[in-house]
Design a protein around this ligand. Structure first.
Ligand code: MTE
Ligand code: MO
Length: 320
């Protein structure tokens, strides 16, 4: 097998540019807080994403979800300008620009493998399968940064139920589009293309696992995975594959791209776990984008009450 280097860097090495971004936000935040105090307007209201005009199309009829955290939402500009999306670039500030003209229509998703009937679904058919919900989730990257995002989508289980997987299907595999003409990063062998991720069936069916097509009330920006991605909030960010074109049901555990790249560093499960270090750095703490001080990372990223039972009896040190 070709040796692929693992380009992830620990949070302690986050680029000066990002520290700069943090500091700028910190100062902006202090200024806003001052204004809020002076005018009596609530701080949350001033920084609320709902009052900000973004670039995308507004999604109608979004329902609020009981699964949302009440933690402060990360500013839109941070979430959309600091992205891991290796199909475009290994530099986190670059997907925002390089993905600008990425074509998200027409878009088909192949549903195959162990299903009653293989199908090709149009993205706009998928989007109508269930009412859109806003799910404000914590999202923790394996590199040590985190964000809180008001994603828009519905439970992945809605699509899986309609896909009619056979009884022997035990896993779901997600594949990203392969298109070097649009994705300059795919011309370089930094990862095995296309990007593949997978979940065990019970993980994929868990109501928290989100099929996602929007954020901050609008269509998903290209750099965040338009037109369709998954979001698995209790796992490290790399499980949440972007720009999905294929959903395949399998009996065997899928081979995921990051595991091929560095098997000792990235396993299949990749549950957020502050007690199991990455071989090259600690996972005990994280830095929320836009904040200055690190905070402790929570087991299952704080979703343990809901998901810990999925892993009863499993050694999470072996199954990292
Ligand atoms: N296709 C694809 N999906 C991907 C990645 C990628 O490089 N390619 N990076 C992953 C990683 S490491 C993270 S942390 C999240 C980042 O999602 P965000 O940019 O919306 O914050 O996307 C994940 N999904
Ligand atoms: Mo990540």
């Amino acid at each position: 097998m070709l040796f692929k280097k693992a380009p992830d860097i620990p949070s302690s090495e986050i680029t000066p540019q990002h520290l700069y971004l943090n500091r700028r936000n910190f100062l902006a935040g202090a200024a806003i807080a001052g204004t809020a105090a002076a005018t009596g307007v609530g701080l949350r209201e001033l920084v609320s994403p709902s009052t900000t005009v973004f670039a995308g199309n507004k999604i109608d009829g979004i329902k609020k979800s009981a699964f949302s955290t009440t933690e402060t939402v990360t500013p839109y500009k941070d979430v959309t300008n600091y992205n891991n999306y290796y199909e475009f670039s290994v530099e986190k500030t670059e997907p925002a620009t390089l993905a600008k003209n990425f074509r998200t229509r027409p878009w088909k998703v192949t549903v195959d493998g162990l299903v009653a009937k293989k199908q090709q679904l149009d993205i706009d058919t998928i989007l109508k399968m269930a009412p859109p919900e806003e799910r404000i989730y914590r999202h923790r990257c394996v590199e040590g940064w985190s964000i809180v995002v008001p994603w828009v989508g519905f439970s992945l289980s809605e699509l899986i139920k309609r896909a009619n997987p056979l009884g022997k299907a035990q896993f779901v595999e997600f594949t990203t589009i392969l298109d070097m003409t649009q994705m300059p990063g795919q011309r370089r062998q930094v990862l095995d293309w296309p990007y593949v991720e997978g979940l065990r069936m019970d993980e994929a069916m868990h109501p928290l696992a989100l099929l996602c097509f929007g954020m901050y009330g609008e269509d998903l920006p290209n750099q965040d995975g338009a037109p369709l991605r998954i979001v698995v909030p209790w796992k490290y960010g790399f499980k949440s594959a972007k720009a999905i074109v294929r959903i395949r049901f399998t009996e065997k555990q899928p081979v995921n791209t990051w595991n091929i790249s560095a098997p000792r560093e990235y396993g299949f499960y990749s549950n957020v776990n502050p007690t199991v270090d990455h071989p090259r750095w600690s996972q005990a703490k994280e830095r929320r984008l836009g904040e200055f001080f690190k905070r402790p990372t929570l087991m299952f990223n704080g979703y343990g009450d809901q998901v810990a039972s999925l892993y009863n009896g499993m050694d999470l040190r072996k199954n990292f």
